[in-house]
Write a protein that binds this ligand. Structure first.
Ligand code: GDP
Ligand code: MG
Length: 162
């Protein structure tokens, strides 16, 4: 079965997307960042294609915190296991330094990476996402993990790699 890993810095909505994809409440979603320490696995299906989704903890490069080092290790394992990686960022914050660290990490991979701009809950937010295009991210998907908008188009693309 194909494997999809959800990767990003803390608080961009990885666990919320994971829960939407597996349609159950399994991953821990907290307003406090960095709650998912290890990898969480779930089963999902789109258009008759079944796949495994991995939710990961928020990646923070070069941390000296022993818990964060462990989280980062788990993220790297999830990336190794994945057939396609969803790199999540948040439209509410734009591209921040922590996102760039992850982009650097993912650039080393010879795996398909889909950049996903989350928290695009409405038209107004969709206009803000143009900023990402200006940052040189030419290809991305606007989604709202909370209301589900855009997730269908994203999944149509995801299953092409599985
Ligand atoms: P994670 O740390 O990346 O796993 O992020 P979480 O899934 O725990 O979500 C962090 C916060 O962002 C929570 O308060 C979520 O409710 C919120 N959030 C997640 N997805 C969305 C979204 O699509 N729109 C909005 N407005 N908030 C979201
Ligand atoms: Mg989480």
């Amino acid at each position: 079965m194909g494997v999809v890993a959800i990767v990003g810095r803390p608080n961009v909505g990885k666990s919320t997307l994971f829960n939407r994809l597996i349609q159950k409440r399994e991953a821990i979603v907290e307003p406090t960042s960095g709650v998912t320490r290890d990898r969480h696995y779930g089963k999902a299906n789109w258009g008759g294609v079944s796949f495994t989704v991995i939710d990961t903890g928020g990646y923070v490069a070069n941390s000296e915190d022993i818990f964060q080092v462990e989280i980062d290790k788990q993220v790297e394992l999830a990336i190794e296991q994945a057939d396609v990686i969803l790199f999540l960022v948040s439209v509410t914050d734009g591209v921040v330094a922590m996102d760039r660290d992850i982009m650097q990490l993912l650039r080393k991979e010879r795996k398909p990476v889909l950049t996903v701009i989350n928290k695009v809950d409405n038209h107004h937010m969709a206009q803000l996402s143009v900023e990402f295009y200006d940052m040189g991210i030419a290809n991305y998907y606007n989604i709202s993990s909370i209301n589900g908008s855009g997730t269908g188009d994203l999944l149509d693309e995801v299953i092409k790699y599985l």
